[in-house]
Design a protein around this ligand. Sequence first.
Ligand code: PHE
Length: 466
Amino acid sequence: MAGNRTSIHGQWSSRWAFILAATGSAVGLGNIWRFPYLVGENGGGIFVMVYLVCVLLVGVPILMAEIMLGRRGRQSPINTMKALAADENRGQGWQIIGWTGMLTGFLILSFYSVIAGWTLAYVVRTASGVFVGTGAAQVATTFNELVSDPERLLAWHTIFMMMVIIVVSRGVKGGLEQAVRYLMPALFVLLLVMVGYAMSTEKFVEGMRYLFVPDVDLIRQKIENGQFFGDVFLNALGQAFFSLSLGMGAIMVYGAYLPGSSSIPGTSIVIAMADTGVALLAGIAIFPVVFTYGMEPSSGPGLIFVTLTVAFAQMPGGAFFGTLFFCLLLFAAWTSAISILEPAVAWLVEYKNMTRVKAGALAGFAAWLLGIGTVLSFSHWSFSFPFAGQVKTDGLFDVFDTLASNILLPLGGLLIAIFAAWVMSTKSSAEELGLSKTAYRAWQIAARFIAPAGVILIFLNAIGIV
Ligand code: PHE
């Protein structure tokens, strides 16, 4: 049984539609672009292991909490938190979850759109066949030429942001739902094709070992240097939030459109499994190619663009598969970007009575403007700074990404867990989640203690206190 509010923004047509939309939000550049390069920068298997622990113990309970709050409040995250706090006779302060979430969303969308722009550029490039038969060095040079050309990046960034605004303007059913139905499964199948190619490369076993076997010496070395928690754990935690779209209200606002009769726990598990599955498949497709062609796993944000392009350049039918792959990646990025903008759009519609079209254009424009910082990060405005034991080298892009993913998302998630499991009455949360007694208890322990303690400990460690 769910609460008794209704959403003014409409509702998903079924539980399945919600699963598709939420999976569309979760599966995106985070899985295919961000996950592999973080694995490469943080030592391979150790990172993957810590990441999986973060998803299970922190991600899944917060995913359930966020959908639950959304469905009970049935409004934009800001107004949902206001209404739910009032239900529990608490003050207006809890709105902060919605406000910081919106801010985080702008930060994320600003760079997300630029990277999605790279994907657009790669659709055109692979389709034109320029890469056929070329090798790793040349593919890397073409990548560097693209990212160091701000005009070109700005053009692709602009096109992508317009695509996002158009779909968001069309609303829950017309815009969001239609898009996800066929293209998500297609992406999955194409990733399997890429895994098939990776299996045929010389260094498949080495790639798998890198991904799944934690290197004990490296762990020891990182512990000795004080980097193990600070950077590996913090990056893994940030990635768990980023990849599951948690901590900023995206999943909360999608939950607001979920029919009352659908099971939240079952849905959450499907979403988390699909999301993790796609990330791991991307890793399996990429690392054997990295080793086979003598590339560096730690080469940063360009990793998949270079690696996969080399694979496409070498495999039979590469131009065709390459084009298809980048199209699907673009699509995955699109369905995620839409969900990043939705909390702000829903709020503008509720608060300012704007039409969705106007709200979408306004919020999209703000994120677009901020994106110029990322456009210039790989050329004129590149600078480095140290953060939690690592040196970040990509200017404002790294500032926005680190601030949003490693600080604001976990912080938002922490507050969401505290609100859902401590502030909200047990009766309301139990009613909304609809779990058996034991399962509810397990969720409550995870959301009350394990997830908050995990986030707090990792934070304290990153700033050098524990
Ligand atoms: N989860 C998306 C991805 O992995 C990104 C995202 C982050 C979407 C935060 C919504 C909110 O690409």
